[in-house]
Write a protein that binds this ligand. Sequence first.
Ligand code: MV4
Length: 444
Amino acid sequence: MFKKILVANRGEIAMRVIRTCKEMGIKTVAVYSTADKDSLPVRFADEAVCIGPPISKLSYLSIPNIMAAAEITNADAIHPGYGFLSENEEFSRVCQKNGVKFIGALPEQIAGMGDKATAKATMIEAGVPCIPGSKGLLKDVADAKITAKEIKYPIILKATAGGGGKGMRIVWKEEDVEAAWDSARQEAGAAFGNDGIYMEKYIEEPRHIEIQIAGDQYGNACHMSERDCSIQRRHQKLVEETPSPFMTDELREKMGQAAIKAAKAVKYEGVGTVEFLVDKNRDFYFMEMNTRIQVEHTITEEVIDFDLIKEQILIAAGKPISGKNYYPHMHAIQCRINAEDPYTDFRPSPGKITDYHCPGGHGVRIDSHVYSGYTIPPNYDSMIAKLIVVAQTREEAILKMKRALDEYIIEGVKTTIPFHQKLMANEDFNKGNFTTKFMETFDF
Ligand code: MV4
């Protein structure tokens, strides 16, 4: 087992990883930018090393600075959390070359899943259902028009280096292909330095349902059921829950088996997520595979009673998994509490938290790094806490979430709490009647 893990991240996920390491008897190293010198991970880790100024490129994204911190502290593994370097092929390779275990995917897996057209080709080969579309990248606009005629409008152009909606264009008729093609290429080239574009049939009003998977170093893989992440705004998830209110036992079995196929196709080691789009007929299609721990891993932990960070560490240390799948025993919901003003286009609201009281009680969990008097720096993402509830049924979970939101006091900055309160009272949300389009029309 590892003796010392360096946590190459900040905020709530750094706290989350440190907590599990403590429980496992593993020493921890926090790294921090000068903006985070007063943060809780710095206080609670066994050691802390400053790795640079507030700007991420010069601290949390600086591979040389992080490797130097690992060297001087003699860390034998690095946990990258989510975001930052968690899906960086070079970082995974540099760790490997320096004999530090990267608690995440191998460089080849990151590269293979990071290029979306390559990932899709791998999944088609493995027999995982994929959305009809171009065979790999489109050559030119003429190729795009021919392909669109075959698969029929509406179609969607996607950047192969994309994800998160960048370089994505929906096209409803042939006369709009050219402009969409030009702007998608331009946007993708500028954002990723890679302007490769592929095409799919556009699925209208899908649900975003993802399957948690785990694979070990011996080729075993299992699934841990689904999370419904359809409540998103501009590709930022706001609420996640499991089980999905749209799920059936039969669909879970089919999607679970497809996700296991996906994991085995890339000999996946560690915990990961296979994202699917699910249409109104409950047909599902592979969208992307995430080779990191995700923000919403918490709700899966609650319904299968399992520490996924511990599992990541054990798998990285060479422990085999049992191979059995995990099914939800409870219902869990997570609300992302962001320092944003939901009434002003979710504009970030950094600054000092002047008063803080967090909810508690049975079935309530908070993953956070903030405290009364803490100043939220403007340099990083605005999520300041994850409020998670777990109960026997969806109805009880919603009631518990309402109660917990009412107890949550955060003064000094604007937060997404009022948005969540209105969502929990919404009739369609209560009926489980929502798709990825929900936020476009939700008036609160
Ligand atoms: C799609 C789609 C409809 N049809 N692909 C959005 C981000 C990127 N990962 C893929 N995305 C989508 N791909 C086809 N063929 C709709 C979306 C999409 C979406 C997906 C999941 C969650 C929220 C979304 C919001 C808008 C569009």
